[in-house]
Design a protein around this ligand. Structure first.
Ligand code: DGL
Length: 273
């Protein structure tokens, strides 16, 4: 395996660009190939069988680029498809976002009461809940689907009264002390889109709550994995190749906000899976 080989990053659409941004910050010399399955998103409301099938197709398409590592940036695909993809792509490390996010949450939480917000599919699959309890048997996990945040982030409604009211809708029942019992001290943003709404989420959860962004923690984990195997790129400037399965214009327009740099439509290559 050559340190010059690219890192593949897969997501259901543009959301994984938050993970890619964190990866580029951690690993600026790497070559990245990012695939967003824009023709078939959202994954968060689909059945596990369908998500696994889509994730396998995407992983195989990315493997053709001669990767040294594959990152499943999509929380839903990681939650239900990591085992199947790792089984299929055996020659390189396949890294999902759930385990690094769970690890960071367990480290951040003092009380052991951890809240997770994610898509319906991620919450239903129970992967965050399992990964947290496996690390901390005393943990109590309150997991809540927060599907509307996906649409808000894509619409660019990340601040203002609509975003604030949706954040209160999802988070007040979790963090309202009057609900009785213990209040979580840590909140995992278990979806690629949620870091875009971090400000309103933080305001609704309260200033004393630690927010865990699985994009940041996954990027650090990928760097450690590559360094421990001597796979990290040592020279070069790094590069980025963007692939999508549909709507290059929309990918560029919305993706630019997630990546925090403009994307021109002609930079996005359309591929068929
Ligand atoms: N990328 C998905 C995730 O992180 C969110 C968008 C979707 O539902 O496809 O779960």
């Amino acid at each position: 395996m050559s340190p010059d080989a690219p890192i593949g990053v897969f997501d259901s659409g543009v959301g994984g660009l938050t993970v890619l941004k964190a990866l580029v910050t951690q690993l600026p010399r790497e070559r990245f190939v990012y695939l967003g399955d824009t023709a078939r998103l959202p994954y968060g409301t689909k059945s596990p069988q369908t998500v696994v099938r889509y994730a396998l197709q995407a992983a195989e398409a990315l493997a053709d680029y001669g990767l040294k590592c594959l990152v499943l940036a999509c929380n839903t695909a990681s939650a239900v498809g990591l085992a199947a993809v790792s089984e299929r792509i055996r020659d390189v490390p396949v890294i999902g976002v759930i385990e690094p996010g769970a690890e960071a949450a367990c480290l951040a939480s003092r009380s052991g009461h951890i809240a997770v917000i994610a898509t319906e599919g991620t919450v239903r699959g129970g992967a965050y809940q399992d990964a947290i309890v496996r690390r901390r048997s005393d943990a109590r996990v309150s997991a809540v689907p927060a599907q509307l945040f996906v649409a808000l982030a894509e619409e660019g409604l990340c601040r203002g009264p609509i975003a604030e009211s949706v954040a209160r809708h999802y988070l007040e029942p979790l963090f309202n002390a009057r609900a009785g019992g213990s209040r979580p001290d840590t909140l995992v943003l278990g979806c690629t889109h949620f870091p875009m709404l971090a400000e309103v989420i933080r305001a609704a959860a309260g200033p004393d709550v630690s927010i865990v962004d699985s994009a940041e923690t996954t990027a650090r984990y990928v760097r450690q994995t590559l360094e421990s195997r001597n796979f990290a790129a040592r020279h070069g400037e790094g590069s980025l190749r963007l692939l999508a399965t549909d709507a290059a214009d929309r990918f560029a327009r919305i993706g630019g906000r997630f990546l925090e740099r403009p994307i021109r439509p002609h930079e996005v290559e359309l591929v068929d899976l």
